[in-house]
Design a protein around this ligand. Structure first.
Ligand code: 8IG
Length: 276
């Protein structure tokens, strides 16, 4: 079990401590970009080459041990060549979710740590259910906007943050240049751990949602509130409840992620050097 007292009493201070620990352990004073790898995305990072550093997340201030299969709970540092310039990527393999019941602070601790470690761009990846019937299993979709159905914010107090350009249009354009077949969609954040009922999926579709999952939204808000630019990419790993009549299972999610890992990996590798 990691140390979490500071995380709950002063989450920003905990992120500063965590960032200092990462700088010390890696010997890298500042990172440029962070990637949070969700279910099924973990092997996509192989495209970035060999990490220059890896540790278990719970060795760093405020990080909890992993709770879900496919989320290995590692923090890595990669050196990436950006046209002769050196870029530093901080990679989180796995994340903490709201459905784990530990509250919102551990959910956003990774991205806050990344911003305090210097990251100007945060790439959030996830596996999700497809609400939009045009989506196929194994298809990546850029998050254009979101709908939060959890009633939980990572922010409190009179911090009225504008979310108009939460999922950076600038970065979405860069990614679409890299892969012009990519579509954009609206992601709904559902607390879980249950999947939706078919009636709830109908409600979401009626609200204008295309994708549904149990992550990403609090992290995007927390990163944006600290001044970072956010890219969100969802991998559709199942049709949402009631869309096909099939039941949902976690194995299907892991298998679809594995099958798409190469495509996701080369997309990330192509995009990262163009971000800064
Ligand atoms: I993977 O169908 C994955 N995560 N809420 N609904 C929700 N989360 C998901 C789903 C889904 N598929």
């Amino acid at each position: 079990m990691g140390k979490t007292e500071l995380l709950y009493s002063d989450p920003i201070a905990a992120a500063v401590v965590a960032a200092e620990e990462i700088a010390k352990k890696t010997g890298i004073a500042s990172h440029d970009v962070a990637l949070v790898m969700g279910s099924g995305w973990v092997s996509a990072v192989d495209a970035l080459g060999a990490p220059v550093f890896e540790c278990n997340a719970e060795e760093i201030e405020g990080f909890l041990p992993p709770a879900v299969e496919g989320h290995s709970g590692k923090i890595r540092s990669y050196e990436i060549d950006a046209n002769g310039k050196k870029m530093r990527a901080l990679v989180f393999l796995g994340r903490t979710h709201l459905y784990e019941g530990k509250g919102i602070e551990p959910v956003v601790h990774g991205v806050r740590t990344a911003v305090k470690a210097g990251c100007k761009v945060i790439i959030l990846t996830n596996a999700c259910g497809g609400i939009n019937t045009a989506y196929k299993v194994g298809q990546p979709v850029l998050i254009r906007d979101h709908i939060s159905l959890t009633a939980v914010s990572p922010l409190s107090g009179a911090t009225f943050v504008d979310l108009t350009d939460l999922y950076s249009k600038r970065i979405r354009e860069i990614v679409k240049k890299e892969d012009s077949s990519l579509q954009e969609g609206v992601y709904v954040h559902w607390r879980g751990p249950t999947y939706e009922t078919p009636a709830e999926i109908l409600m979401m579709r009626t609200m204008g949602a295309d994708l549904v999952g149990m992550s990403t939204v609090p992290e995007a808000i927390a990163a944006h509130a600290l001044g970072a630019e956010v890219l969100g990419i969802s991998l559709v790993t199942n049709a949402a409840a009631g869309v096909t009549g099939e039941k949902l299972n976690h194995e299907e999610v892991i298998a679809a992620g594995k099958a798409a890992a190469d495509r996701m990996g080369s997309l990330l590798k192509g995009v990262i050097p163009k971000l800064l």
